[in-house]
Design a protein around this ligand. Structure first.
Ligand code: 13P
Length: 246
């Protein structure tokens, strides 16, 4: 089965710098069969659209509004993102949850808005250090998943990718060990199975994210139940990211 590798650029590079990045990146992944997705600032969409046209690479937003349109200064709607050629959007990254004080209800609304315009969702979930140390990881992930996926039909899950990103692992150089990730991914599938069916739990794509780099990525891809990676810092280096994708 083809694996996903998603690069989350966060607020890095200008559109011109992104174009130069692609000059280095694209020649390195010519024969690559991985599903590669770039989650980039909306200011970079026109670059992505023109440069990815002749490739299998997809791009997406890092967030969307929970509103459809109207007086929401600074926000970007799902249909705006879709019309610019994006196929995906991240939803619920721990950085947007925290900075924009996103509520569980607003994240559910964002998912509904995304799916309504055929944008696929990369739903980020993860536990805090405190939750892990007090053995509340599964409980926390269940709360995040149940609220995010509330009201969805089972057949809509095919348009959702779950990115498991422990909050304490993002940008810290710390990662859970292989066994911990395997257990948590099994827990995520059990939660999906309880709310939907075993079949959808088996089929849904689950990625790992958090402090992935060129030297540690291989162990994560091999973990049972993991369908790919969500890479932050390490995707900003075109050589490293191409190596991970390959
Ligand atoms: P890092 O890979 O820099 O830890 O970031 C992970 C992340 O937040 C991807 O969405």
């Amino acid at each position: 089965m083809k694996k996903f590798v998603i690069g989350n650029f966060k607020m890095n590079t200008t559109p011109l710098q992104f174009s130069s990045y692609l000059d280095e990146f694209l020649p390195r992944i010519k024969e690559c069969k991985t599903n590669i997705i770039f989650c980039i600032p909306a200011t970079h969409f026109h670059v992505a659209k023109s440069r990815f046209d002749a490739t299998n690479i997809k791009f997406g937003a890092q967030n969307i509004s929970c509103e459809e349109s109207g007086a929401f200064t600074g926000e970007i709607s799902s249909s705006m993102v879709k019309e610019c050629g994006a196929d995906y959007t991240l939803i619920g990254h721990s950085e947007t949850r925290r900075r924009f004080k996103e509520t569980l209800e607003s994240l559910n609304q964002k998912i509904i808005r995304a799916l309504a315009v055929n944008l696929k969702v990369i739903l980020c979930i993860g536990e805090t250090k405190y939750e892990r140390s007090t053995r509340k990881t599964k409980l926390s992930l269940k709360r995040q998943l149940d609220s995010a996926l509330k009201g969805l039909y089972e057949n809509e899950l095919k348009n959702i990718i779950i990115a498991y990103e422990p909050i304490w692992s993002i940008g810290t150089g710390k990662t859970p060990n292989v066994k911990e990730i395997e257990t948590t991914v099994a827990d995520i599938r059990a939660i999906i199975s309880d709310s939907f069916t075993q079949r959808s739990a088996d089929k849904i794509n689950i990625l790992y994210g958090g402090s992935i780099n060129e030297s540690n990525f291989a162990q994560f891809v091999k973990i049972k139940g993991i369908n790919g990676l969500l890479v932050g810092g390490a995707c900003l280096n075109p050589k490293s990211f191409a190596n991970i994708c390959r």
